[in-house]
Design a protein around this ligand. Structure first.
Ligand SMILES: [Zn+2]
Length: 561
């Protein structure tokens, strides 16, 4: 056993700094995770109701799993906060956070861990367990331990910390009349009933059974319903659903669809999804970007060319129309199509026939056209750059793809989807996205839409450490920090230094102050607050007395001008 002094927990100042009370907007953060300060008594009341309606066993499992999830989250923080610490100090993050979170007082009695050798044996003493308090009050002394959420936390934290299942259990509990609780942790395999106890954390509770049944019903329903392949499209916002509904309606028909929307909204993905939902799903989907090809090549690309049709055409080539025969042709950035090609496209749409460059024989093609544009085609028609008859022909079924800033409710599922896609692509394990980062994403304007989000998340996935969470700084490296209030060692709120730059900026701008006038005003305020004592005012402003005198002189000169 380790000597007692080795078992003293390190300072928790680094952990306290992770807690921020953002009182002005009603949120509390623990390193980017939203926390709640709630009455233990209220949680106790919920526990009592659950025991009464679903029984003690089910309730115990639910509480253990909630604790487990919380412990796992805190384990992800440990390496982030104390990357270079000893194993004991690194491990101590869990017990120390558990204390800061108000769950229980933890003292270490035995600590014998070797991560490499997968060895774990530890014993902790628990005092002031919130679960003992509430359980004793509601039900009186028990014969079985009652610290379900706490034990779940310990098992979740340590399993995640060690990288394989560790089970903690109470060898004595305050809820059974003991003076305090004691827990002991070993690898699940080392407990005689380990396998069975691990099942406490399995998703087999009543609630999960209901969820499973619901999922089964959904699956059965979806096999009966027609195919709905949104594929890579993710969204649940009203704006997105409206576009998706229109797509579903268009998919079953042969109608020509015109997708409009800003750059980066994902028009090609929408076109692919429309194709996948259509009866042509098993036929080719051919895409062409009209802006990416030089004007003199676009016609041969679209309609093909006979040998010798133009310089460099040394063999017969089928165009995209022919390659898309039976399927769908996607014309991106249609507004960039030169006028001669527009005339040929119009004819192809009207007659279903195309002619290769240098050819004389019309060929019949069965192609469904989906076009997309981010320019105002009406304006292009007015300016003479786009044929009015072609616009009428294409604009039969317009679908506007909404910009990301109109899709607030899609930010979280979309970010999550992209995180998984890029984590897989770069073979990088990422624990998730912090609530704070999601919040910043919801406030962002997204001028580059989904493509911008793809770029930011892919970059963040690459730079963030293995098993870390993506935080605000990873996604928006240039974003300045917000209001910051933390707690000191006594547990009181430290004097806050609000970096409310935005509010200050608005104030300065609306009063029409120049930077010089702002500086003058700050200096005068400091002097006033220090009752004219220039040395004290200089200290307040973090400058020397001569520096302050010089600036005061400048301020006086300016006010005389
Ligand atoms: Zn206990």
């Amino acid at each position: 056993m380790c000597p007692a002094d080795l078992l003293a927990l390190p300072s928790n100042a680094d952990l306290r700094r992770l807690i921020n009370f953002s009182a002005s907007d009603g949120r509390i953060w623990l390193a980017g995770h939203r926390m709640l300060l709630m009455h233990a008594e209220a949680l106790g009341a919920m526990r009592r109701e659950m025991i009464e309606c679903m029984g003690r066993e089910q309730t115990r499992r639910v509480f253990m799993r909630v604790g487990h999830a919380s412990g796992k989250r805190d384990a992800a923080l440990a390496r982030q906060v104390r990357p270079d610490a000893s194993v004991f100090d690194l491990f101590a993050v869990g017990p120390q956070l558990h204390m800061l979170e108000g769950a229980v007082k933890v003292s270490v009695e035995k600590f014998d861990i070797d991560i490499e050798k997968r060895h774990h044996h530890a014993i902790f003493r628990w005092d002031y367990s919130w679960e003992v308090d509430t359980h004793l009050r509601d039900f009186g002394p028990q014969t079985e331990p009652v610290c379900w959420m706490l034990v779940g936390y310990a098992s979740g934290y340590v399993s995640s910390f060690m990288g394989f299942p560790i089970l903690y259990r109470e060898t004595q509990c305050g809820g059974c009349g003991h003076d305090h609780c004691r827990i002991e942790g070993r690898p699940a395999a080392d407990w005689p009933d380990g396998e069975e106890r691990l099942r406490d954390y399995d998703a087999d509770s009543l609630i999960d059974k209901i969820a499973d049944l619901r999922a089964e019903v959904e699956t059965l329903r979806s096999t009966l319903a027609p195919r709905d392949e949104l594929g890579e499209l993710v969204g649940r916002s009203r704006a997105f659903s409206r576009a998706a509904d229109l797509m579903r309606k268009a998919a079953t028909t042969q109608v020509t669809v015109l997708l409009t929307g800003e750059t980066g909204v994902g028009k090609e993905r929408f076109a692919r999804a429309l194709h996948a939902m259509s009866p042509r799903a098993d036929q080719p989907f051919v895409a062409i970007n009209c802006a990416a090809l030089p004007a003199d090549l676009i016609e041969s690309e679209l309609f093909g060319a006979e040998k010798g049709a133009f310089t460099g055409a040394d063999c017969v080539r089928a165009g995209r129309f022919e390659r898309a025969d039976g399927g769908t042709l996607f014309l991106d950035e249609l507004g960039e199509l030169p006028l001669p090609a527009q005339a040929k496209l119009l004819r192809a749409l009207q007659t279903g026939e195309i002619e290769r460059l240098g050819g004389t024989q019309p060929r019949h093609v069965d192609v469904r056209v989906i076009a997309a544009t981010n320019v105002d085609l009406d304006a292009a028609v007015a300016g003479g750059a786009f044929r009015r008859d072609l616009l009428y022909r294409l604009n039969v079924f317009p679908i506007r793809i909404p910009p990301l800033r109109e899709r607030q409710d899609d930010i979280a599922p979309l970010a999550d989807h992209l995180l998984h896609r890029f984590a897989k692509r770069h073979q990088h394990r990422i624990a998730g996205i912090t609530d704070r980062a999601l919040d910043a994403m919801r406030r962002h304007d997204w001028p580059g839409n989904v493509r911008e989000m793809e770029n930011l998340i892919e970059r963040a996935v690459i730079v963030v450490g293995q098993d870390d969470m993506l935080d605000v700084e990873d996604i928006f490296p240039a974003l300045p920090g917000g209001e910051h209030v933390s707690i000191d060692a006594d547990g009181s709120l430290e004097r806050c230094v609000p970096l409310a730059i935005g509010a200050l900026y608005d104030d300065v701008r609306c009063k029409g102050l120049s930077l010089d006038e702002l500086e003058d005003a700050l200096i005068r305020e400091a002097v006033r607050r220090c009752d004219g004592n220039l040395s004290a005012a200089a200290r307040e402003l973090g400058m020397t007395r001569p520096q302050l005198s010089y600036r005061l002189g400048r301020a006086r000169d300016r006010s005389r001008q």
